[in-house]
Design a protein around this ligand. Structure first.
Ligand code: 3H9
Length: 708
C-alpha cells in the first residue's frame, strides 16, 4: 500500500489521534479527507470544473465540521484535483428548487472554523469558488492561477459573501471593478491587491502545506475575513466613490440589473452593520437569480457550449493537426485573422500579391500588438513571441507547408475561385482550406479544387481579432475530421464556434440582410432614421443600423460611374457622404468622430420617399422595434426549417458574439420565445408578411430550442 493510501485510510504512519477517529471520518464520492502531521487535507475532485453543486457543498461542510471538532487537527488544507480550483456555483442548479446546504452556509462554516483553513488555488477560482477562498484564512495560489467573479456575466452578484468579504481584503475600487466586469486576474495581480497571500511558482501543495503547518502552530485563533476592518476603513473615508463609479460606467451598465446591485451590496459593506450587509447581498442575489436577465444569460452560457457539439459527428473523429497557418489577403480582415493565431502561439505566413497591401497588413498587425501591450490587453512577452511567429510573402509557394490555409480576399466569386485553384496547386496534401467569405457559396468555391472534402468556410467577424464569433460553414463535401479540426481551432484561438450550412449570408448575415430590408421599409413608411437608431440602441445593440453603415463605409461595392441614384445610399455616395471615412454619411462627424444628425440627410430621404409615393405610417417605438426584430426572428426559423443551423440556440450564439446583440435578452430566438411566438406571428401578419412566415415558427413549441 502506498504511503498516500496509508495516510488516506489512517493506517500506520498517521498520528495516533487520527487513527482513533478514522472510523467516523467523513467519506464522499467527490472529496477525500486525509491527515498528515496534524494537517487535514481536503481534496475535492468533481470533474470537469469542481463546480460547487449540492454533493460538493455537502462534502465540504461535513468535512470542515469534522475537522473542527477533531482535537488532533491543527489546520485544514483545502484544494481541488483536476484542472481547476472550484469554478463557482453549479449553474445547472439555478432556476431549480434550492438544495441544502446552501453555498453561503458552507462558506460561513469555513470562515467560522476554529482551525485555520488554507486554500491552495490552481486553474481558475471563479465566483462561488473564489468566495470559498475568501472565507479561508489564508490563500496560496500557483503563479498560473486566475481569479474572478463572473457572476455579473450571468446576471447575478457574488452571493456567498463575496460582496462583503472582497472589500475587506482588497481596495474598494478594485473590488468594484472585479465584480462588475467579471474579468479574471492572474495570481501576481491578485497578490498585489491583497486577494491572495502567497504566490508560488513551484509545487503548490508543498507550499500550501507548509503554510498550514505554520498557521497550525499559532496560538491566535484564525482571523475571519468578515471581521477585518483595516481595508474597509479606507473605503469609509470616500463615501462618494460609489456614485462616481456608477456614473463613470453608466454606458457599460446600461440596461443591466446586476452591476447596480453589486455596487449597492458593496456600499452596504461600508455603511451598514456587518449582518445587514450580508443580508442585503442575499436578498439582492435571490432577486437577480430569479429574474429574467439571469435566466437569459444562463441560456447564453449553455448555448455557447452546446454550439461546439456537432450532432451526428462520430465520437471517434479526430481533428487534423494544425501547427502552421497560411493566410491569403493582407487586408483588415486577413491581418486581423492572423493576430488570433499569432497570439495563440501558431506561426502564420501572410501572403498577398500586392506588395503595398502586404506592407499595410504587416504594419496593422504590429500596431495592433503594440496597442494591445500598451493597453495591458496583451502580455508584453506574449506580444513579442507572437510577432516573431509572423512571416510574409508575395508568393503562394510560401503556403506549401501550412496545415490550415485561410483565404481572406475580395468578396467576389471569381477572385475566390482563382485563389482556391492556386491554393489547390500549392497546399500540402491533407491541409485544411478555408474561405472567409461572408455570403458566397462555399460549395462552388470547394468545387474548383480537387479536394472539396478539405474545404470549408471560416467566417470571422470584424474586427477579427476582437469579435468572439467564428461561423464555420460546412459545405456539402466537407469531411467530418475537417469540421472537427475547425471546432478545435476555434477554441484554440478563443473563439466561439457555430456551425452553419451553405446559404446566402449563412446564419448571421442572412438575418442582417432581413433587418436591412426592414430598415428600408421603415424609412419608406416615413420613420426618421435617427429614431430607428435610437430604438435599436435602446434595445441594447451598441450601434443602430445607420451608425453601423457609416462605420463600415457606404461605398462598399459602389462606383461613381455606375451609380444611378436608385438607392438612398447611392445618393449619399454621389454627394461624397461615404460614412465615417469622409466625416459624413447618414450622420455628420466632428474631428473626434462624434456623430450628429444631419438635416441634409433627412431632406434627401424625404425627397426619396416622396418619389416612391409610399404611404406614411405613425408607429410607436415598440412597433418600430417589432418591425425590425420580428422579421429577423422569423428568418431564424427559416434557417432552422432549411437545416442551415442545428439549433435555435446556435442562432442566439451567432448574434450575441458576432453582432453584439444584448446577451441579457438571450439572443433573438430566446427573446422571441419569451415574448410569445403567437404574438410574433400575429405581428408579422399585421406587417403583411404572412406569406413569409417559417413553418417552424408556426409549429414551434417552447421546448423546441431549450438547451438548459
Ligand atoms: C456563482 O458562483 C454564484 C455564487 O456567487 C453564489 C451562489 C450562492 N456550473 O467552459 P467549458 C461545465 S455563479 C456547471 O467548456 P473550459 C460546462 O457547461 C458561477 N457547469 O471549459 C461544460 O459542460 P459540457 C460562477 C459548469 O475549460 C464543462 O463544464 N462561475 C460550470 O473552456 C466545461 O466547461 C462561472 O461562471 C459551472 N459553474 O473553461 C464559471 N462551469 O462539457 C463558469 C463549467 O457538458 N465556467 N461548467 O458542455 C467557466 O468560465 C469555464 O467553464 C471555465 C473552464 C473557465 C471554468
Amino acid at each position: 500500500m502506498s504511503h498516500d493510501a496509508q495516510q488516506a485510510f489512517g493506517l500506520p504512519g498517521t498520528s495516533k489521534a487520527a487513527d482513533a477517529s478514522a472510523s467516523d471520518r467523513p467519506v464522499s464520492e467527490v472529496a477525500t479527507l486525509r491527515l498528515e502531521a496534524g494537517i487535514a487535507e481536503i481534496v475535492v475532485d468533481a470533474p470537469p470544473v469542481n463546480a460547487l453543486g449540492q454533493v460538493v457543498r455537502d462534502a465540504l461542510i461535513t468535512m470542515v465540521r469534522w475537522c473542527d471538532a477533531e482535537p488532533a487537527i491543527g489546520a485544514i488544507l483545502l484544494r481541488c484535483a483536476g484542472r481547476t480550483f472550484f469554478a463557482g456555483a453549479d449553474i445547472r442548479e439555478f432556476g431549480k428548487p434550492p438544495l441544502a446546504p446552501s453555498l453561503p452556509d458552507v462558506v460561513n462554516e469555513i470562515e467560522a472554523c476554529g482551525k485555520p483553513v488554507i486554500a491552495a488555488i490552481h486553474g481558475t477560482a471563479l465566483g462561488g469558488g473564489l468566495e470559498v477562498a475568501l472565507a479561508c484564512h489564508y490563500r496560496v495560489a500557483v503563479g498560473t492561477a486566475r481569479m474572478g467573479f463572473p457572476e455579473v456575466k450571468l446576471g447575478m452578484l457574488p452571493g456567498a459573501g463575496g460582496t462583503q468579504r472582497l472589500p475587506r481584503l482588497v481596495p474598494m475600487e478594485e473590488a468594484l471593478k472585479l465584480m462588475t466586469s467579471g474579468a479574471q486576474i492572474g495570481a501576481a495581480e491578485a497578490a498585489s491587491i491583497g486577494l491572495v497571500d502567497l504566490v508560488v511558482y513551484g509545487d503548490l501543495r508543498t507550499a500550501a502545506f507548509s503554510a498550514a503547518q505554520k498557521m497550525a502552530r499559532s496560538a491566535e485563533p484564525p482571523l475571519r475575513t468578515s471581521h477585518r476592518h483595516d481595508v474597509l476603513a479606507k473605503a469609509r473615508t470616500d463615501p462618494g466613490m460609489f456614485d462616481r463609479f456608477l456614473e463613470a460606467n453608466a454606458k457599460r451598465f446600461r440596461g443591466l440589473d446586476a452591476p447596480a446591485a453589486i455596487v449597492a451590496a458593496a456600499r452596504a459593506a461600508v455603511d451598514r452593520p456587518q449582518e445587514e450587509g450580508f443580508a442585503l447581498e442575499r436578498s439582492l442575489f435571490v432577486s437577480l437569480r430569479d429574474g429574467g436577465q439571469a435566466a437569459a444569460l444562463r441560456h447564453v452560457f449553455f448555448a455557447e457550449r452546446e454550439a461546439a457539439k456537432i450532432p451526428g459527428l462520430p465520437a471517434d473523429v479526430q481533428g487534423r493537426t494544425i501547427d502552421a497557418v497560411g493566410i491569403v489577403g493582407a487586408g483588415t480582415m486577413g491581418s486581423g485573422i492572423a493576430i488570433n493565431f499569432l497570439l495563440a502561439g501558431l506561426p502564420v505566413v501572410l501572403v498577398d500579391t500586392d506588395e503595398a497591401a502586404l506592407d499595410r497588413g504587416l504594419s496593422h498587425i504590429s500596431r495592433t500588438m503594440e496597442q494591445g501591450v500598451s493597453q495591458g490587453r496583451i502580455d508584453s512577452v506574449n506580444g513579442e513571441k507572437a510577432v516573431a511567429l509572423l512571416s510574409s510573402s508575395l508568393d503562394f509557394a510560401a503556403l506549401a507547408e501550412a496545415d490550415l490555409l485561410i483565404e481572406a480576399a475580395y468578396e467576389t466569386m471569381d477572385v475566390k475561385c482563382d485563389i482556391f485553384s492556386r491554393l489547390d496547386a500549392v497546399a500540402r496534401s491533407g491541409a485544411v482550406l478555408a474561405t472567409n467569405t461572408s455570403y458566397l457559396d462555399v460549395d462552388k468555391i470547394a468545387a474548383v479544387t480537387k479536394r472539396p472534402q478539405d474545404v470549408l468556410g471560416l467566417h470571422f467577424f470584424s474586427p477579427a481579432n476582437v469579435m468572439k464569433l467564428l461561423e464555420i460553414v460546412r459545405a456539402e463535401k466537407t469531411a467530418d475530421d475537417v469540421l472537427a479540426t475547425a471546432i478545435a481551432v476555434a477554441k484554440r484561438i478563443g473563439k466561439v464556434p457555430v456551425v452553419a450550412g451553405v446559404a446566402y449570408g449563412f446564419i448571421g448575415n442572412r438575418m442582417l440582410h432581413v433587418r436591412r430590408k426592414a430598415v428600408e421599409n421603415l424609412l419608406l413608411a416615413g420613420v426618421d432614421l435617427y429614431r430607428i437608431d435610437a430604438v435599436v440602441e435602446a434595445f441594447g445593440m451598441p450601434m443602430g443600423p445607420f451608425r453601423m453603415y457609416d462605420l463600415a463605409g457606404l461605398d462598399l461595392g459602389w462606383s461613381k460611374v455606375a451609380s444611378t441614384g436608385a438607392t438612398i445610399q447611392e445618393r449619399l455616395c454621389e454627394r461624397n457622404r461615404r460614412g465615417q471615412k469622409t466625416n459624413a454619411g447618414y450622420y455628420d462627424y466632428d474631428d473626434k468622430r462624434r456623430p450628429s444628425p444631419s438635416q441634409f440627410v433627412r431632406d434627401l430621404i424625404r425627397e426619396f420617399v416622396a418619389e416612391r409615393g409610399a404611404p406614411p405610417m405613425t408607429l410607436s417605438d415598440d412597433q418600430i422595434r417589432e418591425r425590425l426584430l420580428f422579421p429577423m426572428i422569423n428568418e431564424g426559423y427559416r434557417i432552422l426549417d432549411e437545416g442551415k443551423a442545428f439549433r435555435a440556440s446556435d442562432i442566439d450564439t451567432v448574434w450575441i458574439n458576432g453582432y453584439a446583440w444584448p446577451a441579457r435578452t438571450g439572443g433573438p430566438m430566446y427573446y422571441g420565445e419569451q415574448l410569445g411566438l403567437d404574438h410574433i406571428i400575429s405581428s408579422l401578419e399585421g406587417m403583411g408578411l404572412a406569406d413569409t412566415i417559417a413553418s417552424g415558427l408556426r409549429s414551434a413549441v417552447r421546448s423546441a430550442f431549450r438547451v438548459t
